[in-house]
Ligand binder design. Structure first.
Ligand SMILES: Cc1cc2nc3c(=O)[nH]c(=O)nc-3n(C[C@H](O)[C@H](O)[C@H](O)COP(=O)(O)OP(=O)(O)OC[C@H]3O[C@@H](n4cnc5c(N)ncnc54)[C@H](O)[C@@H]3O)c2cc1C
Length: 246
């Protein structure tokens, strides 16, 4: 989905949310917890908000996935990293508690509402974990007993987001496997290293002939569409490979 499509807000008036809390994950990554002034917002795991940002006299529209889970209170969490030279993310990262943000949404078709009766593999790159987090939880809270796997790549160990929560989910749900990945391993790193593409190709393309799995992919740039094309080209059904590219 392009930014333009993602930011489209055909005919829907904007709403207002107040930044109620800010959590700093790292120096350049944070979660903003937003309280819509009109009350709780219904959304599906994986959907996003289109934020309307008044920056230096211009109105920027920037989509941000909802990282929280539907029904977990009224606050909507968005999790973002400050992109070097990026006007929207820089503006958002400069906001303080009490700031007001206009938004439309929820939007988006990269959603997981009814978990498929198949093994689910989630592939998250960086802050791409944001929409995956509620999707994963939706699968874990379903009555399926099929395996669920998260392959999550971060730039370095400090940037692995929601790590404690993910580890606690693996203890609560034996069918869940979370594998963390860094581009290059740091001292004592016991997870994977390399790229998502390499691991996905080795396991799910050359590893066996099972093309029944469902994939949910989210991250920045061409790595996302490369994963999509790899899997669809290997015989996984189109609708079984869902993705969102930022
Ligand atoms: C549907 C959708 C959901 C999104 N959800 C999130 C989210 O939950 N969290 C989030 O951080 N971003 C998310 N993004 C990206 C976000 O909308 C902005 O593009 C991003 O914050 C950069 O905006 P900017 O104005 O700072 O920089 P821009 O000048 O608009 O972008 C500069 C460059 O940064 C790239 N970029 C976009 N996102 C990132 C990123 N996270 N890290 C590094 N480079 C990036 C863009 O591809 C572009 O090439 C989402 C994008 C889409 C389409």
């Amino acid at each position: 989905m392009s930014q333009a499509e993602a930011g489209a807000s055909p005919g829907r008036p904007s709403s207002v949310a107040i930044v109620e809390r800010i959590k700093h994950h790292t120096a350049d990554t944070r979660s903003l917890f937003l309280r819509p002034t009109t009350g709780p917002l219904a959304f599906l795991p994986g959907q996003f908000l289109s934020l309307l940002l008044a920056v230096d006299g211009a109105l920027l529209t920037r989509p941000y996935s909802i990282a929280s889970y539907p029904g977990d209170g009224e606050l909507l969490e968005i999790c973002l990293n400050e992109v070097p030279g990026g006007r929207g993310s820089h503006y958002l990262c400069s906001l303080a508690v009490g700031a007001q943000i206009n938004f439309t949404g929820p939007w988006g078709t990269f959603v997981l509402d009814q978990p498929p009766a198949a093994e689910c593999i989630f592939l998250a790159d960086g802050t791409g974990i944001a929409p995956i987090r509620p999707m994963l939880r939706r699968v874990l809270e379903s009555e399926h007993s099929l395996p669920v796997r998260l392959l999550y790549r971060a730039e370095d160990e400090a940037q692995v987001l929601y790590r404690n929560e993910l580890m606690s989910w693996t203890r609560q749900h034996p069918r869940l496997t979370c594998e963390l990945m860094l581009p290059t391993p740091s001292d004592g790193w016991r997870g994977l290293h390399g790229t998502l593409l390499e691991h996905v190709e080795a396991r799910y393309v050359h590893g066996d002939d099972d093309c029944g799995r469902h994939f949910y992919i989210c991250g920045v740039g061409p790595a996302v569409t490369q994963l999509r094309d790899l899997l669809r080209g290997a015989g996984y059904q189109r609708r079984a490979v869902q993705y969102e590219k930022w």
